[in-house]
Ligand binder design. Structure first.
Ligand SMILES: NC(=O)c1ccc[n+]([C@@H]2O[C@H](COP(=O)([O-])OP(=O)(O)OC[C@H]3O[C@@H](n4cnc5c(N)ncnc54)[C@H](O)[C@@H]3O)[C@@H](O)[C@H]2O)c1
Ligand SMILES: O=C(O)C[C@H](O)C(=O)O
Length: 308
């Protein structure tokens, strides 16, 4: 399995590191536009190989897409991150141009590639790739829900004073401060609904903390997060590489599922060797359906800013 990571910044390097450490890919190519930057990150990471015990070969290149040829999976992390006080949507002006060029270059050299879009505003960037390339919809996947669900589980475990491994839960909807839909009614601790242990108010707080998870870290760090985003991407790539048919909420192109059309937004999917193998339909409560509808309206508003 050959994986390309475009963008050798904070998130790109974290993706490359976790993919290598998990040891399922033979090769990871990191590409950046900044001269020598990807080469430096790749060399630094390769010098952890004997310490961390992996055999994945990581190489870095400056904007040379011929080195990415034949990639099975490519991850797009190129673009600017937000600063404290900004929304992800404000990044569209710069990132749309970058994502459009990068996806076209990747596909030119790897026509069978499965693309994972990370750059923000992620749902709109995923939609942009759908609208500007010929890739089938199962091979364009937006990463947001896997990360948001990990943050949801972190906040649930904190509220329950439980180990995170006791907790399960999922976040669907748009990857934005207001658009995420944490499925609190479905969340469990050891198969028991968390509502048995937590008050409505505490659950509402968990939900709010989850939705502003990225903004909270951006305020603390001065830029957006990278460890959990890299870990989330690496789990998705592993599911594809190992044909796991594992369920993740991902931004997928919808044609009627969840009552939505012509939009990319977070829904549960099964990831395997073909990318999105299936969009999983779950019964939502009326309140969750209403939140999903509102979330889709927010994503559509951002999509309308694209010059398509
Ligand atoms: N979807 C998510 O859950 C999620 C999570 C974290 C970050 N993000 C997003 O990922 C993006 C990257 O974040 P970061 O913290 O790694 O930023 P960063 O600034 O650390 O890295 C971005 C890298 O992209 C490179 N780049 C810019 N234009 C390029 C081009 N045309 N070709 C190749 N490389 C190019 C830059 O040189 C830089 O090294 C941001 O848009 C951020 O908002 C999304
Ligand atoms: O918060 C951001 O801007 C980056 C990313 O989308 C995240 O959720 O960490």
């Amino acid at each position: 399995m050959k994986v390309t990571v475009v963008g050798a910044g904070a998130v790109g390097a974290s993706c490359a590191e976790y993919i290598a450490i998990k040891n399922f890919a033979s090769e990871v190519v990191v590409l950046d536009i900044k001269e020598g930057f990807a080469e430096g990150k790749a060399m630094d990471l390769m010098q952890t190989a004997s310490l961390n015990g992996f055999d994945t070969k990581i190489t870095g290149v400056t904007n040379d897409y011929s080195k990415t040829a034949g990639s099975d999976v490519a991850i797009i992390t190129s673009g600017i991150p937000r600063k404290p006080g900004m929304t992800r949507e404000e990044l569209i002006g710069i990132n749309a141009g970058i994502v459009k060029t990068v996806s076209s270059n990747l596909i030119e050299h790897s026509p069978n590639v499965i693309l994972i879009v990370v750059s923000n505003p992620m749902d709109t960037m995923t939609y942009l790739v759908h609208k500007t390339t010929d890739l089938p919809k199962n091979r364009i996947i937006g990463m947001g829900g896997a990360l948001d669900s990990a943050r949801f589980k972190y906040r649930l475990a904190e509220a329950l004073e439980a180990p995170i491994s006791d907790v399960d839960g999922m976040v669907i909807g748009g990857h934005s401060d207001t658009g995420m839909v944490p499925l609190t009614a479905h969340a469990t601790r050891n198969s028991i609904k968390v509502s048995e242990f937590l008050s409505e108010d505490r659950l509402a707080q968990v939900s709010e903390d989850t939705k502003v998870g990225g903004a909270t870290l951006t305020k603390l760090l001065g830029t957006s997060a990278w460890y959990a985003p890299g870990a989330a991407v690496s789990s998705m790539v592993q599911a594809i590489a190992c044909d796991q048919k594992k369920m993740f909420p991902c931004s997928a192109f919808l044609e009627g599922e969840y009552g939505l059309n012509d939009i990319c937004i977070g829904v549960p999917v099964l990831l395997g060797k073909n990318g999105i193998e299936k969009i999983v339909k779950i019964d939502l409560a009326d309140a969750e359906k209403a939140k999903m509808k509102e979330s889709a309206e927010g994503v559509r508003k951002t999509n309308s800013l694209l010059a398509l």
